[in-house]
Ligand binder design. Structure first.
Ligand SMILES: Cc1cc2nc3c(=O)[nH]c(=O)nc-3n(C[C@H](O)[C@H](O)[C@H](O)COP(=O)(O)OP(=O)(O)OC[C@H]3O[C@@H](n4cnc5c(N)ncnc54)[C@H](O)[C@@H]3O)c2cc1C
Length: 378
């Protein structure tokens, strides 16, 4: 095992949360090392609709979104499994950008700010000695005063640390799969559609270069019932919704195979574990139908930045962990809880259909229900 020099902060995972935190810390002249097991640019399973609450924050980080002419999205179309439609406005709205582009822009910005970004380097263990950390990655040891875990929904570190959502028996809110394509088809720039099918839902909205992101979430059981064959499941289940039938038969698919992930869990998680502050999906994941996971990940970076920066001024680790957890709960606990309830409703065909047919008529409830899962600019 070789030794390496230390940094003030090590961040495990260079997705949205990890990169955003690294930029904030580097801008404040802290030395930061990020470990990312993959490389940039790369496709990721995500609906690629970002709530407008993140727009000013990303610009503050140095991602000049205003110059990119990205599609602005402010109308929502919901369909039930039979294709019955409901349109409504999105009070805050969002914009579309691929993860291929966004993560790459953030990675370049982090490096420009002085962050040491180690790509294709997986962290295998983190040890705390009472005063600081030793991180093991690619047969080397790295030291830091603070370690933040921004490793996403499910990673080797979750298994290593026997986190409860990994070791407990899988039940409701566990074991979903996500599938994503980029497609071309005639589409209204400001519209995001969420089409329900038995056992899941599929979102479609515009991203850069006149492309659309088509992304769906369903249960692993649904895939299993269709012989673990994605194309078969799309034919037998998704395309039963006529709106999805039309999209799947008319769109031009831009990859040979979709990007997929499995074993997604929406269960409650810790925000601090073994003195490591957990950010983004590593601390808890809002269900994708809310279109808010990316904003929450970015927002956790801002909260963690405040707590970590304060640690370097006042030196209290306990205080840092307490403040981070308290802020996290204040900002996200209710949104994530509301998202879980909506998820439960929509994944049951009958409940989802009933909810939509009633909700459609109660127009005065549209904005309040949407607002339950969204936040304000930060
Ligand atoms: C089907 C689906 C659709 C979605 N649609 C939307 C949407 O439209 N809008 C929205 O706002 N949100 C959406 N989300 C949620 C959103 O994608 C996530 O909330 C967001 O990506 C979380 O960012 P993160 O930084 O926490 O994690 P990630 O972006 O997943 O980053 C984690 C990083 O850590 C790296 N990593 C993991 N382990 C290690 C290790 N040991 N060492 C080094 N690196 C490691 C990974 O390679 C990865 O790059 C969706 C999610 C799903 C599943």
């Amino acid at each position: 095992m070789m030794n390496s020099t230390g940094s003030d902060v090590i961040i495990i995972g260079g997705g949205l949360a990890g990169l955003a935190l690294s930029i904030l810390l580097a801008q404040q002249h802290h030395t930061v090392t990020v470990f990312e097991k993959d490389d940039y640019p790369r496709h990721k399973v995500c609906g690629e609709y970002i709530s407008m609450e993140s727009f000013p924050f990303l610009e503050q980080l140095g991602i000049l979104l205003s110059d990119m002419k990205l599609p602005v999205i402010n109308k929502l179309l919901l369909t039930d499994v039979h294709g019955n439609e409901m349109f409504t406005d999105l009070p805050q709205g969002g914009f579309g950008i691929s993860r291929y582009m966004l993560d790459d822009l953030l990675a370049k910005r982090a490096v420009a700010c002085g962050v040491v970004l180690n790509v294709k380097t997986r962290v295998d263990d983190v040890l705390f000695d009472g005063d600081g950390f030793t991180v093991l990655a690619a047969a080397r040891q790295y030291t830091a005063k603070i370690v933040c875990g921004a490793w996403g929904k499910r990673a080797n570190m979750d298994v290593k640390w026997h986190r409860s959502f990994i070791k407990e028996k899988q039940k409701g809110l566990d074991n979903y799969i996500g599938v994503k394509y980029h497609v071309r088809l005639p589409w209204t720039d400001n519209l995001i559609a969420l089409h329900n099918f038995n056992g899941g839902y599929c979102g479609i909205s515009r991203i850069e270069d006149d492309k659309c992101c088509l992304c769906y979430l369903t249960t692993a059981a649904n895939l299993k019932q269709n012989g673990n064959d994605i194309a078969e499941m799309e034919r037998n289940v998704l395309m039963k919704n006529p709106a999805l039938g039309k999209i799947f038969s008319e769109a031009e698919f831009l990859y040979d195979t979709p990007v997929t992930i499995s074993q997604i869990s929406f269960r409650k998680k810790d925000t601090v574990l073994n003195h490591v502050l957990l950010l983004g999906d590593a601390a808890g994941m809002i269900t994708p139908l809310c279109g808010n996971g990316m904003s929450i990940a970015l927002h956790t970076a801002k909260i963690a930045f405040g707590a970590v920066d304060n640690f370097f001024i006042s030196g209290g680790r306990k205080q840092m962990e307490y403040v981070y957890n308290k802020e996290w709960c204040k900002k996200f606990y209710f949104r994530i809880f509301a998202g879980r309830i909506l998820q439960r409703i929509f994944e049951k065909q009958l409940a989802g259909n009933m909810f939509l047919s009633i909700f459609k008529k109660l127009t005065f409830l549209h904005q309040p229900v949407i607002k339950l899962t969204s936040g304000r600019p930060f």
